[in-house]
Ligand binder design. Structure first.
Ligand code: NAD
Ligand code: ZN
Ligand code: ZN
Length: 346
């Protein structure tokens, strides 16, 4: 089969011929419906040689959904043809965090080893080998081609929001910086699970700001000093309870620090490579700074439920496997409205 692979550091990925994997004991072969193109792939492709300890090449695509194709010996709980979404951060399953469903924080020395992001093959190919059935969640009536981004764009945003929900009551403000794939999910998730909070979307792209407004943002602001002033006004000078930085470059981190309030949460999800200076006076007193990675298995079950009830919906554009290199170029240029999803089986 053809697979879109990372072949070298600081080089674009390539379409290569690879064997169709055979599921071993406990494993599952999934026929890919959709594999989302996440901005993290671009960060990874741009890293200097050896920045991560895994071997190249491997198949990209860590945001996957499809249909069960074949169960390996001893694997049970699913039947061929079942539509499933794939939980991405594959942990050991046995450490305390994994036992609690937080395989994103697997405690083995190498941490979770996600297909498509950590050296193991991902879903930008007709078939994906999944190490265990616990990583599959039934999709019910959702189409895997549209549902794939739920496994990262939505799950990561959901996890980042859920840990701050107790702050997001009436009168609260939440700022979402960067309303691309993740940010559009964050706005919709906030609208449904934190209905009372005032949602402020911030981006550099006016089209993304329009989309965010249509998805439920109360305010949509162009990134920079004027956005800080507006948030300052809305919050009577106190700042926002939650500031989600889904970009993570120096200017957005500095803006996030300005915008967050005492006792608030400043949550860095974007892997833009910036640094946030932290000292006694900035961010404000007792504002917690955290850097969540992906989400848990139970949270993915909840995210799928949100999508099944129509409460969140990703804007998806489908592309054939042959156009994957072009898709990453478009993503780099900021020209993907929501999420581009590769559909290797049409
Ligand atoms: P995307 O390209 O779809 O969206 C990025 C958005 O940020 C775009 O709308 C862009 O216009 C906007 N933007 C760029 N510079 C900006 C600035 N200075 N101010 C405001 N907005 C700006 O990317 P995505 O796939 O949604 O990913 C977003 C980030 O989250 C990436 O850095 C990605 O690597 C990271 N990510 C992290 C995790 C995690 O577990 N922590 C998971 C998935 C993605
Ligand atoms: Zn991702
Ligand atoms: Zn573990």
């Amino acid at each position: 089969m053809k697979a879109f692979q990372m072949v070298a550091w600081q080089k674009p990925g390539e379409l290569r011929e690879v064997p169709v994997p055979a599921p071993g004991p406990g494993q599952v072969l999934v026929k890919i419906g959709g594999a989302g193109a996440c901005h993290s792939d671009l960060h990874l492709l741009e890293m200097p040689p050896g920045a991560r300890p895994f071997k190249l090449p491997f198949t990209l695509g860590h945001e996957n959904a499809g249909w069960v194709e074949k169960l390996g010996p001893g694997a049970s709980g699913f039947a061929p043809g079942d539509p499933v979404i794939v939980y991405g951060p594959w942990g050991c399953g046995l450490c305390m965090n994994c036992r609690q469903g937080m395989e994103n924080y697997c405690q083995r020395p190498e941490g979770p080893n996600p297909g498509g992001l950590g050296g193991l093959d991902g879903g930008m190919a007709p078939y994906l080998l999944v190490p265990a059935t616990r990583f599959l969640i039934p999709l019910g009536s959702l189409d895997p081609r549209d549902a794939a981004p739920l496994s990262d764009a939505a799950l990561t945003s959901y996890h980042a929001i859920k840990r701050s929900l107790h702050l997001l009551g009436p009168g609260s403000t939440t700022v979402v910086i960067g309303v691309g794939g993740l940010g559009q999910m964050a706005v919709q998730i906030l609208r449904t699970v934190a209905a009372a909070t005032t949602i402020v979307a911030v981006d550099t792209d006016p089209d993304k700001l329009d989309l965010a407004k249509r998805m439920g943002a109360d305010e949509a602001l162009v990134s920079g000093e004027s956005a800080f002033k507006r948030v300052n006004d809305i919050t009577q000078g106190h700042g926002a309870e939650l500031v989600l930085d889904l970009v993570g470059v120096n200017p957005t981190l500095a803006m996030a620090a300005q915008m967050s309030r005492k006792l608030g949460h400043l949550t860095i999800v974007g892997i833009g490579g910036g640094a946030l200076p932290v000292n006694f006076s900035s961010p404000r007193n007792e504002c917690s700074v955290s850097s969540p990675f992906w989400g848990s298995i139970p949270e993915l079950v909840e995210v799928v439920a949100l999508a099944q009830t129509g409460k969140i919906k990703m804007i998806v554009e489908h592309y054939p496997l042959e156009r994957t290199a072009e898709v990453y170029h478009l993503l780099h240029e900021g020209k993907i409205p929501g999420r581009a999803v590769i559909t290797p089986n049409g």
